[in-house]
Ligand binder design. Structure first.
Ligand code: URA
Length: 313
């Protein structure tokens, strides 16, 4: 989908929600930032009649509720037909080596009744993958269309970019660990006849709170040297939604997650939306993302060549 089609799809979805009587939707700060950036970068799109409607809808976003882990939004955007989620207790891992613990945790998550109930029929709960001795662990937001089909995180377009980022760091996907804050694809409430869903939404605070023990337990098993939070949802989930107002505020310095250094960087989907854009801001975003990864490499004590230092994503 190109930017115009994405905007039109967003517009349609906002209209649909409005026609159902919904006056507010839950939207993360990072998604808002992305929307503003798309519109700022594409004045020709903002001039289109349909896009103007989207912009007008966007103006209403001042009344939208930012997602918050610390204080769940009064009206989370969870699909109304599903029962409310209660936070689940932290997970007690079984005795044994990393592989034993990981296997037990994977079984628990894949069979978790709440996860199974939230997954659309025929689609899959998605658990983390990778090297249990990885120095670097990437944490994303939530599965998308390809991930819910294949049951593996980051296997679609964003995943292909993540693979290229990992390669640029001198590593292979099999040498790192990759997980998500959420283990199912957030439902918009409407599926196409073939079971596909047009568009994604960020997880609600309630959904994140439910799944957080799963990613926390994966971090406890892998014990990476460095955590990389991909996008604001991962930052909010791991560090608390109240810590940073935007990705801009979260990235560029080191944070601490349970004694593991954490670096925040832009989500690959956001970076994908910069591809092909020639504006100075798009270039800066890509340069900043690579600088985040250089910092991660340094912290993980990976060798860095001159070519890598001068590389641009
Ligand atoms: N985006 C994510 O945050 N996670 C995935 O697994 C895929 C896309």
């Amino acid at each position: 989908m190109n930017t115009r089609e994405q905007l039109l799809a967003l517009n349609d979805e906002l209209r649909r929600l409005k026609s159902e009587g919904r006056r507010t939707v839950s939207i993360s700060e990072s998604s808002l930032d992305e929307l503003r950036a798309v519109l700022a970068d594409a004045p020709e799109i903002a001039e289109e009649p349909a896009a103007r409607t989207a912009v007008r809808e966007n103006e209403e976003i001042t009344t939208f509720v930012p997602t918050s882990v610390a204080a769940p939004a009064a009206k989370p955007a969870a699909v109304k037909t599903k029962p409310a989620l209660s936070p689940r207790a932290d997970i007690a891992l079984p005795q044994g080596d990393k592989a034993t613990q990981w296997q037990a945790l994977r079984e628990l998550v894949l069979n978790d009744p709440v996860c199974r109930e939230r997954v659309y029929k025929g689609k899959q709960v998605v658990f983390g993958v990778g090297n249990l001795d990885a120095s670097i662990m990437f944490v994303g937001e939530a599965p998308g269309a390809d991930e819910e089909d294949l049951g593996e995180p980051f296997v679609g377009r964003a995943g292909q970019l993540l693979n290229r980022m990992i390669k640029a760091m001198g590593l292979d996907r099999s040498q790192v660990y990759i997980g998500n804050i959420l283990n199912w694809r957030p439902e918009l409430g409407v599926r196409n006849a073939d079971g596909s869903q047009t568009g994604n939404r960020p997880p609600t605070a309630e959904e994140m709170v439910y799944c957080l023990p799963f990613i926390r337990a994966q971090i406890a098993i892998v014990r990476p040297k460095v955590l990389v939070a991909l996008g604001k949802t991962a930052v909010d989930g791991l560090l608390g939604a109240e810590r940073f107002k935007s990705m801009g505020a979260a990235r560029g310095s080191w944070h601490d997650y349970a004694d593991t250094p954490l670096r925040a960087t832009y989500h690959p989907s956001y970076l994908l939306r910069q591809e092909g854009l020639v504006s100075a801001s798009a270039k800066k975003i890509k340069r900043d993302a690579w600088e985040d990864l250089l910092a991660v490499m340094e912290r993980a004590e990976l060798p860095i060549s001159d070519k890598q230092r001068n590389y641009f994503l």
